[in-house]
Design a protein around this ligand. Structure first.
Ligand SMILES: Cc1cc2nc3c(=O)[nH]c(=O)nc-3n(C[C@H](O)[C@H](O)[C@H](O)COP(=O)(O)O)c2cc1C
Length: 207
């Protein structure tokens, strides 16, 4: 039997759906690269009383991520809506359960990126992306943003930053991805997949 394909884990939280739409677009970019798959996973909301209030399997959409999803990925895209210029608590909560992988150096040298969604144009897209970058660096991952060779970065009137793709979702979180945002999210997924494949094969090669 042939080995399973390596995969890029697209791990996101979305309350109103904007970040979920972006995650799907990123997956399309990943799957435009031959030899690698996208695996979409989400995280449950956290309760103010710290009780488990959600069923183990969500009613719709991506299933919840496990540490094994993260352990075995060839690359990682972290996605979160902006919450006061920062990543959302449910995603941070999951990230804070990854000490075991950090101690084992499991994610060292794997490529990673981040994406976000905001209601206002200058509402903290870059800071949110950087808030997600920080734990990725602690894990020893290789961060891949978006290069300006993606010409939509200069042209966009909505989201899109060199730190990663972003989306202006509007006050009701219902503004669809515009053409530049679609292009940039796809390009980011494809780039991450390319890097993941290259580093994955190199990790198996003799030093
Ligand atoms: C508690 C909270 C804080 C937020 N903080 C910001 C913010 O700092 N800047 C901003 O532009 N939007 C902010 N928003 C709006 C969300 O980032 C925005 O609606 C996002 O598109 C939601 O993504 P989702 O549809 O994937 O849940 C906030 C929303 C909530 C509920």
């Amino acid at each position: 039997m042939s080995d399973p394909l390596p995969y890029v884990l697209i791990l996101y939280y979305s309350r109103f759906g904007a970040t979920r739409a972006r995650a799907k677009r990123m997956a399309a970019g990943v799957e435009a690269c031959r030899g690698i798959e996208a695996r979409l996973r989400t995280v449950p909301p956290v309760s103010p009383t710290c009780e488990a209030v959600d069923p183990e399997i969500p009613a719709e959409g991506a299933v919840y991520a496990s540490l094994d999803d993260l352990r075995h990925c060839a690359g990682l895209a972290l996605g979160s809506p902006t919450r006061f210029g920062n990543m959302a608590a449910p995603l941070k909560h999951f990230v804070d359960t990854t000490s075991e992988l950090w101690l084992g150096g499991t994610l060292v040298d794997k490529p990673a990126t981040a994406f976000t969604s905001t209601s206002s144009l200058h509402g903290g897209q870059e800071t949110t992306l950087i808030s997600m970058l920080l734990p990725l660096l602690h894990h020893g991952m290789v961060y891949a943003g978006l290069p300006y060779s993606e010409t939509a970065l200069m042209a966009t009137q909505g989201g899109g930053t060199p730190y990663g793709a972003s989306h202006l979702a509007g006050q009701r979180s219902d503004r669809p991805l515009d053409e530049h945002e679609r292009q940039l999210t796809f390009a980011q997924g494809k780039r991450l997949a390319r890097l993941a494949l290259a580093l994955h094969h190199r990790a198996g090669a003799p030093a």
